[in-house]
Design a protein around this ligand. Structure first.
Ligand code: MEV
Length: 323
């Protein structure tokens, strides 16, 4: 039977994490590491999933039981995406879905957002619904909230629109911004997998204790994002570095950095970067640094020596597409 091949990019948060959950803007870029999802109709009224990266081999569930019983971790986003699509558009047959990833889910590049958006885009093609980007976003966002309860949806926007985006939570604003093709970034992976939901909840508790103070930190992060947007558009990397440093200090004040992140950020700063910050929820995953072109090699080896893994990705990648 007809098979649809879809792929979606991973993401890298540049500025504005955490504050974006509370209505402030953020800037995110899509990276050229993609998740490929293949979707086809099958005659049995079941959903069958194969996802070798997360050890899922021929998982099957009856269509009218989708999302009901204990759903294994590795298939949650796909199963809830199929359920949400079928509740809205009705599935006329069963579906088989297979995923293949260019990157490991441990880096925090947004494998769940890429798999969710590509599943919904694949179903939309297979069942002739031709959803718009915003419709794909809305169904994907519902899926993410069903599975993890929290999140701004910025990673879904990056997976759908691609490029570099100015984003406000829930997709209230999604604007493509015009940035230089090649950003002078060095990215270091700490070796520690961050748990986004736990970190977001940690910040929720911090805010409950002192809303006025924590809101003022979010406002400051929002102001940094506004200036970063202008600096990105102008290609002013020195200023972007300064703003990265300020953004990082504000995240430290929210308690979401970690020793491993601090080690890599310090290692980068020692080699004359314009500036550096953690990227994403914190607690692990990656740091990013804006680096003068002639310092790149030195910064990379300094990050390696400090125990980090340098990840080479291109930014501003294309959004979800039929391959
Ligand atoms: C996680 O990568 C970024 C957060 O802002 C959460 C979110 O926006 O969904 C912490």
């Amino acid at each position: 039977m007809e098979r649809i091949e879809v792929s979606a990019p991973g993401k890298l948060m540049l500025f504005g994490e955490h504050a974006v959950v509370y209505g402030r803007p953020c800037i995110v870029t899509a990276v050229d590491q993609r998740i490929k999802t293949s979707v086809r109709k099958i005659s049995n009224k079941i959903l069958r999933i194969n996802a070798p990266e997360v050890d899922i081999d021929n998982y099957e569930v009856i269509l009218n039981k989708l999302g009901r019983v204990d759903v294994p971790k590795g298939v949650r986003f796909i199963e809830f995406a199929v359920r949400n699509f079928s509740q809205k558009y009705n599935l006329s047959s069963g579906v088989e879905i297979e995923t293949k990833s260019d990157f490991s889910s441990k880096f925090g590049f947004g494998s769940s957002s890429a798999v969710t958006t590509s599943t919904i885009m694949g179903l939309s093609e297979l069942f002739n619904q031709k959803l718009t980007k915003k419709e794909i976003f809305n169904l994907s966002y519902k899926t993410v909230l069903d599975v993890q309860g929290v999140g701004s949806g910025f990673d879904l926007a990056a997976a759908i629109w691609g490029g570099t985006l100015y984003f406000i939570a829930g997709g209230k604003e999604i604007e493509e911004i015009d940035v230089p093709k090649k950003l002078p970034l060095v990215i270091g992976y700490t070796g520690v997998k961050a748990d986004t939901t736990t970190l977001v909840k940690q910040v929720i508790h911090l805010r409950e204790k002192d809303p006025a103070l924590v809101n003022s930190v979010f406002n400051a992060i929002g102001a940094v994002v506004g200036q970063s947007r202008t600096a990105l558009e102008k290609g002013d990397f020195k200023l972007l570095g300064k703003l990265a440093d300020i953004n990082h200090s504000l995240l430290v004040s929210l308690g979401v950095s970690s020793q491993e992140l601090e080690n890599l950020i310090l290692a980068a700063r020692k080699k004359g970067v314009y500036g550096a910050k953690l990227s994403g929820a914190g607690g692990g995953d990656c740091m990013i640094s804006f680096v003068p072109y002639n310092n790149k090699k030195e910064v990379e080896s300094s990050i390696n020596k400090a125990g980090g893994e340098v990840l080479n990705v291109k930014t501003g990648a294309q959004g979800v597409r039929i391959d």
